[in-house]
Design a protein around this ligand. Sequence first.
Ligand code: PGA
Length: 254
Amino acid sequence: MRKPIIAANWKLNKGPSDTEDFIQSFESKLNDLPKGVDIVLAPPYISLPKATELLAHSRVRVAAQNMSEQDSGAYTGEISALMLKEVFVNYVILGHSERRAIYGESDALINAKVLKAHDLELRPIFCIGETLQEREDGKLEDVLRTQITDGLKDVSEKQMLDTVIAYEPVWAIGTGVTASPQQAQDAHEFVRSVLTDLYGVSVSEKVRIQYGGSVKPDNAKELLGQKDIDGALVGGAGLEVSSFADIIRNGVGE
Ligand code: PGA
């Protein structure tokens, strides 16, 4: 049985003081939320120390939204895995479609980041997903297979078990258009089948695959009710305490 994992990706929102406000309010609601779910918040870098400090004794975990594949040196503007560890970050989102599309991150670069994260025992939330054009051109499976095979190259079986995959169709991110539960389930089933090819069924059955792309309180139940959907990576609806809490409540049940 895979434990669901629901993460809020705040993107370029919430500095330290907004982070503090959110966490204080969210923590006061936590006792009323289902227990059998991992909950993760991903603030911007600048807010990570505040988040981990406030959540030091909480069940809520903290993710970075990106990191460098390098350890140190002349890489202006970058943050290393070791720096994230130093401020007690647990997870790191890698290969988000905005990183791929806006900042040109390749599968090879994302792979280097995934391997670096594992070296330092940070858990990657490894994002994949197709554009609308790719889906309409019938390339969905090819795109996902390449992203998985190249992005997870040299990841060991043990590391794979500590990797979360986020399937996020690019056309559903921030658009209000959600993949139907059946479209999402079909893609997740395909992703799991690629993992079975690469790692065998005993590993692939344990890997958690989140769905992302316009997840809201009113669609969380149906999406997370699908057999191969093990949680959600939430953007817009993760910025408000009440909608994020409702996604957890509706998606996981009591
Ligand atoms: P959205 O973003 O929920 O606002 O569509 C999801 C994501 O980018 O992870």
